[in-house]
Design a protein around this ligand. Structure first.
Ligand SMILES: Nc1ncnc2c1ncn2[C@@H]1O[C@H](COP(=O)(O)OP(=O)(O)OP(=O)(O)O)[C@@H](O)[C@H]1O
Ligand SMILES: [Zn+2]
Length: 894
């Protein structure tokens, strides 16, 4: 096997690193803490995952990163494989996100799967790998410090001896299992043996015989007693029968006795009854006598010759016929009476009605008279009003006698006078205005004149043509004053005339009005007169009608009286008929009384007949009974003769004795049966036990066969177990021998001095170092360097043993040594170089060594330098080329 390439990302100090590895010796060197060990760890982790770590997954992830990747390529048995692991941080935890293994005919997915495949490829788990191939820093003493047992386990495991032990243990467990079962079965067998022995000692057959004899005896006793009991029962039954016969007879006798006394009693009581009946007949006869005398009386009262049925019936028929006649007549008469009194009533009602109407008419006449009077007084009043009106009219008409106009022209006249007045007034106004104007002009002219000027044109007066106009003016004023005075006089006159004309118009209007009123008044006077006359006439006619009605009423009243008299007559006829009916009723009652008495009498006779009959019946019955009685008495004396008191006494005694015996024998039988049942149970029990014994013997036979079989299996298992143990011991012995030889050879090679003669590895993996003088030393007593060499030797020996010892394909992983030179001086480093060469020679393809040692560096086929960047704190790797290698080698040469 060979690592081909490792690629890291964020693994411990590595940010991104890719390193190719080849065959031969590769030395990895660099300063402390540069990351050398981490590189080896990465390879180991790639193969085995978390199992390869002392720390947690989180510790391999570069601080501050969240993801780590490791890839390892390796060759194994000519095939190439590739492992990839990716870790991821999620929260506080770091988990495996991806884990795959790819190879020519494997693909594994998941940490567990990959680990299992790696283990089967390399034929070693993580621990075995560490013990054999990977000598971790500081673990050089691990195998020396281990106890022999641990050492044995480690080496056995590596050499696959563990498997044999496992098989041996399995065989041992099987053996133990078989032993358990065997022990159990053997216990059961001895238990069965002792059970069988106990049963055999109990003498079961003898017991059975004794019990069966006893049982036969008891059963014959039971039979005997049962026979006795049967006989006692028979005796008891026979005497019981005798006694019950006797009882029966006794009962019959008693019954006869009571029958006889019953019969006697019945006869006596019926005789008493007959006596009573005779008394009743006597009473009935007395009653008939009384009824006969009563009947005579009643017959006389009914006026009958005889009281026999025919006579009474004929009389009854007569009464009934008369009654029918009277009833018919009565109905007729009552009808007539009703009719007459109805008529009388109606007539009298009519008379009242007529009288009422007459009174109404009279009252109406009174009313009409009063109305006529009112109309007449109205007439008088209206006449006087008319007279007043006519006298006023005459006065007013008189006023027109001296007037310029007649009635009817007054209005026209007033208009013409008014027109005249108006024109005069105009004239007055005109004249007054002119007068005024003339007076003014006069005044002006006089002024001018006084100023020497022309009064007309204002020119100086000299030469003025107008100086004499003043005079003219003065003349005109005189003329106008005179005219004005005339006109004013005339106006006064006309004014008086207008007033007179207006008064005439008023009078004329009043005359018109009065004339109109007068015709109206006259009409109304006519109306009143007519009304008074008509009311008077109507009153008279009403009075006349009242007279007529009164007369008629009188007539009706007289007719009513006549009818009432007739009705009273008919009524007396009715009461006559009614009293006749009553008489007839009384007659019938008397007939009833006669008949009743007669019926009662015949009832009494019937009763006597019945009583006599009953008496005869009773007499007959008693005769019968007497015959019966004689018979019963004969039967009684017959039965009394049959009873034998002595025999009865004997039977009673025998029966008692039998009953007593039965009681006792029952108890005895019960006891015997109990005994028999007990014996039968015992016999059954003994038989059951015998059967059990048989079964136990069968079981024992079976079990013994099974124990034999188990014993032979146990033997075989024991042999198998021993064989595995022997095999392992043998193999181990051979391994230990080889290992011891190789260890001595290797140790000689790396530490060939005169101090130690040889190393012994015994069968128990106890290591002892022998000095030249033969003293034995514990390896722990060696010096540090010696121990380191010793350990390396042991490792290499194991590695060789693996390579040689296991036939066929040994896995041979790369031999990895981390700082193996720590305790070695330079001389021994050279020996280590020799060892490495030796291992190479033995066929180890790849050896990877972490070391600072120049000599080792010089021996390397490949040199890998690890450096850490002090600023980034990230490590990196690089291959030194051949020149550098040579330089390094020459350096070591100095
Ligand atoms: N999870 C991590 N993240 C980052 N750096 C880490 C982590 N774990 C370890 N380291 C660093 O890796 C270095 C340890 O590496 P390693 O043990 O491989 O060194 P070395 O070269 O073998 O040293 P020496 O010669 O002392 O044995 C340390 O410097 C440590 O700080
Ligand atoms: Zn280191």
């Amino acid at each position: 096997m060979r690592f081909d390439r490792i690629r890291l990302r964020n693994f411990k100090p590595y940010a991104d690193t890719d390193l190719d590895l080849s065959d031969g010796v590769t030395v990895i060197h660099g300063l402390n803490g540069s990351g050398k060990s981490s590189l080896l760890e990465a390879c180991f982790f790639a193969l085995y995952g978390a199992r390869a770590l002392d720390e947690t997954l989180g510790d391999v992830m570069t601080t501050g990163e969240d993801e780590t990747e490791i890839e390892l390529w390796f060759t194994h048995e000519g095939e190439e494989y590739h492992i990839e692991r990716r870790l991821r941080r999620s929260g506080d935890r770091v988990q495996t996100a991806t884990c795959t293994l790819e190879g020519p005919d494997v693909t594994a997915d998941g940490a567990r799967d990959v680990r299992a495949h790696v283990k089967s490829l390399l034929r070693m788990d993580a621990e075995a790998f560490v013990n054999c191939a990977y000598v971790r820093q500081g673990e050089v003493n691990k195998l020396i410090n281990a106890t022999p047992g641990q050492r044995q386990d480690m080496i056995d495991d590596l050499l696959q001896l563990g498997k044999l032990e496992e098989y041996r243990e399995r065989a041992g467990q099987a053996r133990l299992g078989i032993e358990d079962v065997l022990g159990e079965k053997r216990g059961a067998l001895s238990k069965l043996d002792s059970q069988i022995e106990a049963k055999e000692e109990a003498g079961l057959h003898d017991r059975l015989n004794a019990l069966e004899t006893e049982l036969t005896e008891v059963e014959s006793d039971i039979e005997r007693f049962e026979e006795n009991r049967e006989r006692a029962r028979e005796t008891h039954e026979e005497n019981d029968r005798i006694l019950s016969e006797y009882e029966e007879r006794r009962e019959k006798l008693d019954a006869l006795e009571s029958d006889i006394s019953d019969l006697r009693e019945s006869i006596a009581s019926d005789e008493r009854k007959r006596d009573e009946l005779r008394e009743e007949v006597r009473d009935a006869r007395d009653r008939i006598e009384t009824l006969d005398s009563n009947l005579d009386e009643k017959r006389d009262a009914a006026g009958l010759d005889a009281a026999d049925e025919e006579t009474v019936a004929a009389r009854r028929e007569e009464v009934r016929a008369r009654e029918d006649e009277v009833r018919e007549e009565l109905t007729e008469t009552r009808k007539r009476e009703t009719m007459l009194s109805n008529q009388a009533e109606k007539l009298s009602e009519r008379a009242d009605e007529l009288r009422e109407r007459a009174a109404e008419k009279r009252a109406r006449a009174e009313e009409l008279d009063a109305e006529a009077e009112t109309a007449e007084s109205d007439l008088e009043e209206r006449k006087s009003n008319l007279a007043d009106l006519e006298s006023e009219l005459d006065d007013l008409t008189d006023r027109f006698e001296d007037a310029p106009v007649s009635v009817g022209d007054a209005a026209d006249h007033r208009e013409s006078v008014r027109a005249e007045l108006d024109s005069v007034r105009d004239d007055v106004a005109e004249a007054s205005a002119e007068l005024e104007a003339v007076r003014d002009r006069l005044a002006d002219a006089e002024e001018l004149r006084d100023a020497g000027k022309c009064p007309e044109c204002g020119q100086p007066v000299e030469d003025s043509p107008h100086v004499d106009s003043v005079g003219e003016f003065e003349a005109r004023i005189e003329e106008l004053t005179e005219t004005l005075g005339d006109l004013r006089e005339r106006r006064e006159t006309l004014q008086a005339r207008v007033e007179a004309a207006e008064r005439l118009v008023e009078t004329e209007n009043r005359i018109e009005e009065l004339r109109r009123n007068r015709s109206l008044f006259e009409e109304r006077i006519d109306d009143a007169r007519e009304k008074a006359e008509s009311k008077r006439t109507e009153a008279t006619s009403n009075r006349e009608r009242a007279e007529e009605l009164d007369a008629e009423a009188e007539e009706k009243r007289e007719a009513a009286e006549t009818q009432a008299d007739a009705a009273a007559e008919v009524e007396s006829e009715v009461s006559d008929l009614e009293s006749e009916l009553e008489g007839l009723d009384g007659e019938r009652t008397r007939l009833d009384a006669v008949e009743e008495l007669r019926d009662e009498r015949s009832d009494a006779e019937d009763r006597i007949d019945r009583l006599q009959e009953r008496r005869d019946d009773i007499a007959d019955r008693n005769d019968e009974r007497r015959e019966f009685l004689a018979e019963k008495r004969d039967r009684r004396s017959e039965l009394a003769d049959q009873v034998d008191e002595k025999r009865v006494e004997e039977a009673r005694e025998k029966r008692e004795n039998a009953a007593e015996y039965l009681e006792k024998v029952e108890v005895k039988l019960e006891e015997l049966r109990e005994t028999r049942d007990g014996l039968q149970n015992d016999v059954g029990g003994v038989k059951g036990e015998l059967k059990q014994l048989e079964e136990l013997r069968e079981d024992r036979e079976e079990l013994a066969t099974r124990v034999d079989a188990l014993e032979s299996v146990h033997e075989e298992t024991e042999e198998l177990e021993a064989m595995y143990g022997d095999l392992r011991a043998e193999l181990r012995r051979r391994n230990v021998e080889s290992l011891e030889r190789m260890l001595n050879e290797t140790f000689d090679l790396v530490y060939g001095n005169d101090a130690y003669s040889r190393i012994r590895l015994d069968g128990e993996y106890e290591l002892t170092v022998f000095q030249k003088d033969g003293t034995a030393l514990d390896p722990e007593q060696l010096s540090g360097g010696e121990r380191a060499l010793f350990n390396l030797s042991l490792r290499c020996a194991i590695y060789r043993l693996l390579a040689e010892g296991i036939e066929g394909a040994a896995p041979m992983p790369p031999l990895i040594l981390d700082e193996p030179t720590v305790f070695l001086d330079s001389g021994h480093v050279s020996r280590l170089v020799d060892l490495v060469d030796e291992m190479r020679g033995l066929g180890v393809r790849q050896i990877i060594i972490v070391s600072h040692d120049d000599e080792l560096v010089g021996a390397a086929d490949e040199l890998v330098t690890v450096e850490k960047n002090p600023t980034t704190n990230r490590s990196s790797v690089r291959h030194e080329d051949a020149a550098d290698l040579a330089a390094a080698a020459s350096l070591s040469g100095d």
